[in-house]
Ligand binder design. Structure first.
Ligand SMILES: [Zn+2]
Length: 60
């Protein structure tokens, strides 16, 4: 599922997964970083369907 451009443009952008996760932690919500196929950087989403593979290790 592609990220809609309208969604991409209003979302915060993070240059790395680590930064996205750090931001997610401040929201205290189960947000997941994903790489946007529109702009190539990370956004956060609360949706997991089709976007995020659960239980992927966060850090290498
Ligand atoms: Zn984007």
């Amino acid at each position: 599922m592609r990220t809609r451009l309208s969604v991409c443009r209003r979302k915060a952008r993070y240059p790395s997964r680590e930064e996205a996760l750090h931001a997610a932690a401040t929201f205290r919500l189960p947000l997941h970083p994903y790489r946007c196929d529109r702009c190539g950087v990370f956004h956060l989403t609360s949706r997991t369907k089709g976007k995020f593979l659960p239980r992927v290790p966060i850090y290498p």
